[in-house]
Design a protein around this ligand. Structure first.
Ligand code: G1P
Length: 316
């Protein structure tokens, strides 16, 4: 029963604005991927045929996001160029009779608007999101980390599910989580669920990069978030945390502590998160996506099978 003065879930739904804007932080230096990232953004590293960030944008577009706001930093121009239309390349492919390659550039013409702002000082992920405040203003929005792909070839509707939950429940945050091995919890924001660890759960707390002993669970923040603009108030009040940086996780924690509801959603087993932040997972992701390539995947599989039974040369 809805109490007088309260809005029913249905009214809230019909009043709720469409969530069609995503903030994509891409300002990090990518130091764990040097020298590959010395003069190119890690988000532009290729995974199979496409740069990481193209998968992120395609995943978001599938979930109804039409406006992408990148929070960039020095040396990230190639991201902007990648999403620009390149008329001279199109013309060149036409005049040289290679029209069939135009299909690979179809993403340039999608009805998506791109915005770019710079994080001028590297003060952390929370600070990067805060850089988007004056453009987002009073709308709910998505945050998608630009170095993480969800699902093989980004075939995931996690953001759509999160948006629906956000609107239905009228909460201030919905965060995606993925179960990780206990020895890896120190790399992530970790959830403390309030009421069990079902597919969707209420957050009692969330802790940025806890030690293995202190971690409240094995559910790790998985690079996708939906927020109400209230997150900006929390970010303004968030002091530097882990690593001396303003952490987005700490701002979510503040939301919870001040009595605002935040929910977690688990990624499904068929939509793993691929992290391009370090070489180990970058190599694995590349192999996974190359094996799933329709044209070259089967041959690569044969090659690897043959290659793995031969004695290998010592690593560099
Ligand atoms: C960031 C977040 C962390 C999250 C991770 C993966 O960490 O701070 O909470 O678990 O992304 O989504 P980073 O990988 O930037 O150190």
């Amino acid at each position: 029963m809805t109490k007088p003065g309260e809005k029913s879930a249905q009214t809230r739904r019909s009043m709720s604005p469409t969530i069609d804007m995503a903030v994509i932080p891409v300002a990090g230096h990518g130091t764990r991927l040097l020298p590959a990232t010395k003069s190119q953004p890690k988000e532009m590293l290729s995974v199979g045929r496409k740069p990481v960030v193209q998968y992120v944008v395609e995943e978001l577009a599938q979930s109804g996001i039409e406006r992408m706001l990148f929070v960039t930093s020095r040396g990230k121009h190639s991201i902007e160029s990648h999403f620009d239309t390149d008329e001279s390349l199109t013309q060149y492919l036409r005049t040289t009779g290679r029209e069939e390659l135009l299909a690979d550039l179809a993403f340039e013409r999608k009805a998506i608007e791109y915005f770019y702002t710079r994080q001028r000082r590297q003060l952390g992920l929370g600070h990067a999101v805060l850089c988007a405040e004056s453009l987002i203003r009073d709308q709910p929005f998505v945050v998608a980390l630009g170095d993480s792909i969800i699902g093989v070839h980004a075939q995931s509707d996690i953001v759509q599910r999160m948006k629906e939950l956000f609107v239905k429940e009228g909460v201030d945050a919905v965060v995606a989580f993925e179960e990780v091995p206990r020895e890896e919890v120190f790399r992530y924001g970790i959830a403390q669920p309030k009421d069990g660890e079902a597919e969707t759960f209420e957050l009692a707390d969330v802790v940025e990069k806890p030690s293995v002993q202190d971690a409240p669970s094995r559910l790790a923040v998985a690079a996708r978030y939906v927020f109400s603009p209230r997150i900006f108030q929390m970010l303004h009040a968030t002091p530097p945390g882990k690593g001396g940086e303003i952490q987005l996780t700490d701002a979510i924690r503040q939301l919870i502590q001040r009595g605002h509801r935040c929910l977690g959603v688990r990624l499904r087993p068929d939509e793993p998160r691929f992290d391009i932040g370090n070489f180990e997972s970058y190599f694995q992701t590349f192999v996974e996506f190359a094996l799933a390539d329709r044209e070259y995947g089967p041959a690569l599989r044969q090659y690897l099978l043959a290659r793995l039974v031969k004695p290998s040369s010592p690593p560099e």
